[in-house]
Design a protein around this ligand. Structure first.
Ligand SMILES: Nc1nc2c(c(=O)[nH]1)N[C@H]1C(S)=C(S)[C@@H](COP(=O)(O)O)O[C@H]1N2
Ligand SMILES: [Mo]
Length: 426
């Protein structure tokens, strides 16, 4: 037998020795990602729609989206936990898929190094699309995780980055799925595909391995196929149990170690639930929110100014609603009490059929000091300008003297420290 050729370059197939690589492993991981990434894309698009971007420029972080906004629709107010579920899924599934994504990239690593870079125009196109696929996947996962972990690392720019990145990535992903799914189905339908799980031998070098994933000179296995999948699954399970608590709330929140922002201790009592940004952090000071604070409510022909005492004399209503942030954390339902937005619309001159409203905070700097709400949100009897929560006045950090709370809406629309409501002019 001739001595094995010396290989030093990753462009040489002989460089890659793992006996685990092959179409079977790549297909198993690929099918999991096909399902998971589709969930991420759909919940991501829904999350964007929930911001009401077409309603007003103040809501829209990607004003140049053009046709990519083709699907936008009026986000409903029912069920009241809709955004909580959507965003909990988006972030939890995304975090849980990280080990699967890394394993999938590892499984096709040799292909990234293939030389020559392109054998034909078709091959060149395929490789460019793979670069977009891999680059897009890494970009989306990294920006998503950084946003959840580091709290607005890219102030304002996270949304456009993640939004446009998602379209590039998903286009490449869909093309890849169309091209590769038939092969993956064939591999997984193969009689005895389960037996492959227990089979210690490398996958056969045959016509199924068109991609050339199987190592031509495999090393001795150090990990069984089952062990490899088990490791990926255990990694995912670990991330899942250290993330999901931030969405479930209650005692489970303490288990959300991987979600520090939603996992901190918000104290106890009526206002003892998650705080996004504290009053101190955004520069809202006690003198802004004391006796001199006024709420200005206006419409095209009318404007009134109300103190907190005035507001407390209006009919007060209760609504049991959560706060659900784009970052994936949410609170369980809290009992809010305040004035209905549709009653405030009457003060602005809209006796019936209230229009949408532009909400402005007294906060002077930073994102999220303004938000526009749609007419369906103003009309919902559970939509409040809240003054109290769980039987006590709002705390400064939860938006005292008054904040918005709207069913099924993202946290961003629940403006704190409200100072102005302009109905009918968005
Ligand atoms: N004025 C103002 N309102 C705001 C914000 C803000 O930064 N400034 N953050 C919003 C976001 S992103 C969320 S998730 C909720 C969080 O509300 P909480 O801190 O009471 O839980 O407040 C919203 N209201
Ligand atoms: Mo948020």
């Amino acid at each position: 037998m001739p001595p094995a050729p010396r290989v030093t370059s990753p462009a040489d197939p002989g460089f890659w020795r793992s006996p685990l690589r092959g179409p079977w492993l790549t297909s198993v991981l690929g099918v999991v990602l096909l399902v998971g990434i589709t969930v991420l894309f759909v919940t991501g698009l829904l999350s964007y729609a929930a911001y009401n971007p077409n309603l007003s420029p103040v809501n829209d972080k990607t004003p140049d989206k053009g046709l990519l906004g083709f699907y936008l629709f009026a986000w409903p107010t029912d069920p009241h936990w809709l955004y909580r579920l959507n965003q909990g899924l988006h972030v939890t599934v995304g975090v849980t898929l990280i080990p699967v994504l890394l394993a999938k990239l590892w499984s096709v690593l040799p292909k990234l190094f293939t030389l020559p870079p392109a054998r034909s125009i078709g091959h060149a196109l395929e490789r460019v699309s793979l670069l977009l696929l891999v680059g897009g996947a890494l970009f989306e996962f990294v920006t998503g995780v950084l946003n959840v972990q580091l709290e607005y690392l890219f102030p304002g720019s996270f949304y456009p980055l993640h939004f446009y990145g998602a379209w590039v990535f998903f286009a490449a992903f869909a093309a890849h799925a169309v091209l590769r799914l038939p092969q993956a189905v064939r591999v997984l339908r193969e009689p005895g595909w389960r037996a492959r799980l227990r089979d210690p031998r490398p996958e056969p070098v045959d016509e199924i391995d068109e991609g050339g994933l199987v190592a031509p000179r495999p090393a001795e296995p150090t990990l069984s196929r089952r062990g490899a999948l088990g490791m990926v699954g255990a990694g995912s399970a670990l991330l899942f149990v250290t993330t999901v608590g931030q969405t479930v709330d209650g005692p489970l929140r303490r288990t959300a170690l991987f979600a520090p922002h939603g996992g901190g201790d918000p104290g106890s009592g009526a206002n003892g639930f998650q705080i996004n940004k504290t009053a101190a952090k955004v520069g809202v000071e006690p003198r802004d929110t004391g006796d001199l604070w006024r709420l200005v409510v206006s419409g095209p022909h009318r404007e009134v100014s109300l103190s907190r005492t005035d507001l407390l004399q209006l009919p007060l209503h209760s609504a049991t609603l959560p706060i659900a942030c784009v970052e994936g954390w949410s609170t369980s339902d809290q009992r809010w009490r305040g004035v209905r937005l549709r009653d405030l619309a009457v003060l602005a001159g809209f006796e019936e059929d209230p229009p949408g409203v532009l909400v402005e905070s007294l906060q002077r700097h930073g994102a999220f000091r303004k938000a526009a709400l749609r007419d369906n949100q103003v009309r919902d009897p559970r939509s409040l300008l809240a003054l109290r929560v769980n039987g006590q006045d709002l705390s400064p950090d939860h938006g005292y003297p008054a904040r918005i709370i709207v069913p099924a809406a993202p946290g961003v629309l629940n403006t704190k420290w409200v100072s102005r409501l302009t109905f009918g002019e968005l």
